[in-house]
Design a protein around this ligand. Structure first.
Ligand code: NAI
Length: 282
């Protein structure tokens, strides 16, 4: 067992399968004590057996690691408070939070209804807010320090056909991460995003994953481990992306733009049309 996370208590939400399971197992193999959260729901957020989290805990313990299961719904304020409290009750403290829980309700924009929009926003965005706040309040009360990784996606950063609700949620998590990284910097809490691509139950029926075995959760997990370990130092507000062998990043670009000297600097729409290329040039 190596030791990047010795003396570290980690909470991973939605860790009963897929990416979260890979993070939890890797963290435990690095010496972390891990709270494996998952309400054990189906891919679309409907109910299922509650045993997903315990199964992962059993795997970690069998490999010689330390973990406890938590089945809270982290998209509720109570559930988020409970998962943080589970860490404190079980292991005395909490130092790392990975907001990973998620669901899909894919529909093209013209067919998307309010229920599918709200369900996706609730699980992704509210869980990130509630868990981050509960975690950060605890860390600040402890004198600061800590690491948070939120989960955005290519869909949120670039858009994707059929995912208006999911892309809105993942872009919201990007904005949330940027603001949290700024506000929590003075408390020495880093807040970054992972934008993963991996074959999981969430993606396995997409055509691009059909015959691909090289995009695994185990390819993504080291990127998240990097972000929650001391190796990432004071890096905060970043979106690290991992897809199979490719490690990259998303960065929002502000162009230098163009200044207008005349008429008090007020542009006309036709001048914007005329100068479009120099306004958007990087
Ligand atoms: P997954 O469906 O295997 O894992 C998500 C887990 O979250 C499930 O085990 C589910 O039971 C749990 N969950 C759902 N709602 C919950 C709630 N309210 N409270 C507690 N747990 C809850 O899917 P996967 O692929 O591992 O996704 C993990 C994260 O990565 C998600 O946020 C997803 O949006 C994101 N992601 C995944 C990509 C991929 O290629 N697999 C691409 C981009 C982002």
């Amino acid at each position: 067992m190596s030791s990047l996370l010795t003396e570290t208590v980690c909470v991973v939400t939605g860790a009963g399968g897929g990416l979260g399971r890979a993070y939890a197992k890797l963290f435990a193999s690095e010496g972390a004590r891990v709270v494996v959260n998952d309400l054990g729901g189906a891919r679309d957020g409907s109910a299922d057996g509650p045993s997903a989290a315990q199964t992962v805990v059993d795997e970690i313990v069998a490999a010689g690691g330390q973990a406890v299961a938590d089945t809270s719904d982290v998209a509720s304020a109570d559930g988020a408070a409970r998962v943080i409290q589970t860490a404190i009750d079980s292991f005395g403290d909490v130092h790392v939070l990975v907001n990973n829980a998620g669901i899909l309700r894919d529909k093209t924009l013209l067919k998307l209804d309010e229920e599918a929009f709200d369900a996706v926003m609730r699980v992704h965005v509210k869980s990130t807010f509630f868990c981050t706040q509960a975690f950060a309040k605890h860390r600040v009360a402890k004198g600061g320090g800590g690491r948070i990784v939120n989960t955005s996606s290519v869909s949120g950063m670039l858009g994707n056909f059929g995912q208006a609700n999911y892309a809105a949620a993942k872009a919201a998590i990007y904005g949330f991460t940027r603001t949290a990284s700024i506000e929590l910097q003075k408390h020495r809490i880093t807040v970054n995003c992972i934008a993963p691509i991996a074959k999981t139950r969430m993606t396995e029926n997409l055509p691009m994953f059909a015959n691909i075995e090289s995009l695994t959760p185990e390819h993504v997990a080291p990127a998240v481990l990097f972000l929650v370990s001391e190796l990432s130092g004071e890096k905060t507000g970043w979106v690290l992306a991992a897809a199979g062998a490719r490690m990259y990043a998303f960065r929002v670009v502000e162009t230098a733009g163009r200044f207008k000297e005349e008429t008090g600097g007020i542009w006309t729409p036709s001048e914007i049309a005329e100068h479009w290329d120099s306004i958007v040039k990087i």
